[in-house]
Design a protein around this ligand. Structure first.
Ligand SMILES: O=C(O)/C=C/C(=O)CC(=O)CC(=O)O
Ligand code: CA
Ligand code: MG
Length: 424
């Protein structure tokens, strides 16, 4: 919704290959990396390099470039983004301006260049020590499809769905960084034709393509974050794969919701894209009818990110995040309207992003209609659900500020490893 003519092109960056790159200075994605032989610390992705942000800020402080603002060096010389997230939006804005200045003005090159590492030389880590993890259900096509498959005798969309962003609390401790193998979960399942539940490895292991929102700043118990203040607490976006064992889920979920069917692993991209990089990707939300209650009203908009989901070498779907019915601001307002506090490092998922077409759904459950219409991969094999050894990768991009270039989002990938041998 920005006017292309009024938004200047991003400034030129002195880092080789960064201009025109989806991870150029228009993006400034943040994560945690370790250089060869070094400890994990906060890094900023610049093209195919990573800037050791804390080391650069430390030098900047010594050189008098940072001023009396927040102690960015102290926050960044730590093994997660949490300390930086705790500083809140004013510090995030200062940091973004400072990083832009350092990376675009040649006079700072001498200071910063020794702290640039080639991406291929570093190890990437989980960017955030996840405090609480919530997963919403905000895509209408997904909620409708899952309703039809799981509850064929009930209305597809739950009665509350258009009145509030439905969600559940997930397991923060099993959020893992992209590249982490996922062991096929084992548990109970009972198909409609089975006389009794059986125990064993899931035979309906699935994916869910989502956006994850990383929260910063803290609120106290009993406080609320209104829609119009939510932006102060929303730092950035990760790509999120909510691995789901549909057979375990279908047997266990009534009436309290997903439990072991989803708690074994949730993968996120190593790079967190600041929402400040996505101003050019803001779009009107789908029409909300009925009008939500007053606490969910305000200046709200959606995000137009273009996702791609691959199984091995085959792109199986291209979900579009503008499909999401609720905005991230409404989700955070709802999450806190009862007085639940937020902590730096809270993470919430958007819910599986599915559009109207089969080529835009965010799960195999929908793509193969619960395994009944398998998808054919480039190598000629077919899949209803995931097999051991399968690699699932999700990527995304958005238009850059003012429509100039692209903002890249980090990828989230994971390989399925066989289940542990059964002890029972
Ligand atoms: O409708 C259900 O019973 C279950 C839905 C899901 O599994 C989806 C979920 O995790 C929320 C989402 O990703 O949209
Ligand atoms: Ca989910
Ligand atoms: Mg999960």
């Amino acid at each position: 919704m920005t006017d292309p003519l009024s938004t200047p092109r991003p400034a030129t960056c002195w880092v080789l290959g960064a201009d025109g790159h989806p991870f150029g200075v228009q993006t400034l994605a943040m994560g945690v990396f370790s250089p060869p032989g070094g400890e994990p610390r906060v890094g900023v992705r610049v093209g195919d390099h990573v800037l050791d942000a804390g080391a650069a800020a430390d030098l900047g402080r010594q050189a008098g470039l940072v001023g009396d603002g927040p102690d960015l060096a102290a926050a960044w010389l730590t093994p997660s983004l949490n300390a930086f997230l705790a500083l809140g939006r004013p510090a995030w804005s200062i940091a973004r301006r400072w990083l832009t200045e350092v990376l675009t003005d040649e006079v700072h090159r001498e200071l910063a260049e020794p702290h640039l590492h080639r991406l291929e030389d570093v190890t990437l880590h989980l960017p955030v020590e996840v405090a609480d993890y919530v997963d919403f259900y905000a895509a209408e096509h997904h909620a409708t499809n899952v309703g039809r498959i799981f509850r064929p005798d009930s209305p597809a969309l739950p009665a509350a769905w258009r009145h509030l962003p439905i969600g559940y609390h997930g397991r923060a401790g099993t959020v893992v960084v992209s590249g982490t193998d996922v062991v096929r979960p084992t548990g109970q399942r009972k198909g409609p034709a089975d006389p009794a539940p059986v125990f064993g490895p899931s035979v309906r292991l699935d994916i869910e393509a989502e956006l994850g929102f990383v929260v910063g700043g803290a609120t106290g118990l009993g406080e609320r974050v209104g829609v119009d203040r939510a932006g102060e607490h929303l730092f950035g976006v990760v790509l999120l794969n909510d691995w789901s064992a549909r057979d375990i889920q279908a047997w266990e979920y009534v009436p309290l919701g997903p439990f072991l069917g989803k708690s074994f692993a949730t993968s996120v991209s190593a790079w967190v894209t600041p929402l400040d990089a996505l101003v050019g990707a803001r779009v009107p939300l789908p029409a909300q009818d009925p009008e939500p209650l007053p606490y969910l009203r305000g200046e709200v908009s959606g995000l137009d990110l273009h996702l791609e989901v691959s199984l091995g070498d085959t792109v199986v779907s291209r979900p579009e995040s503008r499909e999401l019915y609720w905005s991230p601001e409404q989700m955070l307002a709802h999450l806190t309207v009862n007085g639940a506090s937020v902590r730096p490092g809270d993470l919430f998922g958007s819910g599986t992003i599915s559009g109207p077409g089969r080529d835009t759904v965010g799960s195999l459950l929908e793509l193969t209609w619960n395994g009944t219409e398998p998808v054919t991969l480039a190598d000629g094999t077919t899949r209803g659900f995931l097999e051991d050894g399968d690699v699932v990768t999700m990527t995304a991009w958005a238009a850059g500020p003012g429509g100039h270039g692209r903002v890249g989002l980090g990828e989230v990938t994971g390989r399925i490893r066989p289940a542990l041998p059964s002890m029972y």
